[in-house]
Design a protein. Structure first.
Length: 360
């Protein structure tokens, strides 16, 4: 029998979250971001579930896009970082993959490449994040160059990325949106700015295309008290099992470095999950898990394959399921306690943790 650690993937929750996203921006087209193996959830399973209910997919790179194409997923796919070499443009053209253009070198490559088919492009505009994108002063000249490439289609989409949208009190998002709007509103092209935080908290960012990622998987980019958090359903629930229970007398220590000491006679359960399974090594004592509907605190340092939790006050036995995050235990809570973000926890979930589809 294999290890009991697994990521349960509930695809009906994925569909529910898409419906909710659409209700927030009903006039915009929806591009589902499924980069990094759909944030660790499994790009093919997510892609096959969503391809009939979204308008397009976004991935990080050409190899991620080709994985979808090779699996006969046919809806539009955008590669968010663009191509890394000029020969990749031909692959995009042959496979109907849309590429982002975010610098002048990529435009040079377009001008120097001979295409067999047409190519769709999105032009990224840097409105202050200072990561990728052309400057606002170069929009007109870049568009002119793109329109002069014979095989680039005319339906170019202008887009930008929001740096601080997950902070509703940060005026920088308004500055970005005002700059983007002022530089593009005179152009008859579709526009896009909203990531998950923009969709949830900044209606002025919705424009013609929205690009939800994190929220599709049932997680809020804001703190749990935000208005719409309860309307999202977690798609992934990371689970394992108790594999041992022992009595630890008052004063006894648990785990590497004896970082937890029993303040009373205690029962300690060993759970078959650790940082080798993507559980955060930096999770401190007291970080909760859920066993039989009860929260139990981490007791001792996270090791590669195991954690230990204090089950003194709850019913627990060998073989009982343990929820590490997901249904009944917020991913954001675990991330916050571990000084990281939920995006990282799911995206870094290793291959040794099987993804188990719980519904269709």
């Amino acid at each position: 029998m294999s290890r009991p650690t697994a990521a349960k993937i509930k695809l009906s929750s994925l569909s529910h979250n898409v419906t909710f996203v659409k209700s927030l921006a009903p006039t915009a087209k929806l591009m589902a971001v499924i980069k990094a193996d759909a944030y660790g959830h499994g790009a093919l399973a997510v892609g096959r579930t969503l391809e009939k209910i979204v308008d397009a997919f976004a991935v990080a790179s050409l190899d991620e896009a080709m994985e979808l194409r090779d699996s006969e997923i046919s809806i539009p796919i955008l590669i968010l970082e663009g191509v890394f070499a000029p020969e990749d443009l031909k692959t995009c053209s042959l496979n109907a993959i849309t590429t982002v253009i975010h610098n002048f070198t990529q435009i040079d490559w377009l001008e120097q490449t001979q295409f067999e088919n047409v190519l769709n492009c999105w032009l990224k505009v840097d409105t202050g994040m200072s990561r990728l994108g052309i400057g606002t002063e170069s929009i007109s000249s870049s568009l002119e160059r793109l329109k002069n490439v014979p095989h680039v289609t005319d339906d170019i989409v202008l887009f930008t990325h929001l740096a601080c949208a997950d902070d509703l009190n940060n005026k920088f998002t308004i500055d970005q949106l005002e700059l983007f709007d002022s530089c593009t509103k005179h152009l008859t092209l579709a526009r896009s700015a909203a990531n998950s935080a923009g969709i949830l908290g900044w209606p002025l960012s919705h424009f013609d295309w929205i690009r939800p990622g994190y929220m599709l998987y049932g997680n809020s980019p804001f703190q749990e008290g935000s208005e719409n958090y309860s309307k999202l359903e977690p798609v992934m629930t990371l689970v394992s099992e108790i594999i041992a229970i022992r009595d630890v007398s008052e004063g006894g220590c648990v785990g590497y470095g004896c970082s937890w000491t029993a303040k009373r006679d205690s029962k300690i359960a060993t759970v078959c999950v650790g940082y080798g399974d993507g559980y955060p090594r930096q999770a401190p004592n007291g970080t909760p898990v859920v066993i039989n509907g009860h929260r139990a605190p981490l007791a001792g340092r996270v090791s590669m394959d195991m954690i230990t939790v204090d089950v003194t006050d709850i019913p627990a036995g060998i073989g009982d399921e343990v929820i590490l995050w997901g249904d009944g235990l917020s991913l954001n809570e675990i991330a916050n306690r571990s000084s990281t973000i939920g995006y990282e926890l799911t995206a870094r979930l290793p291959k040794r943790v099987p993804r188990i589809i719980c519904d269709k």
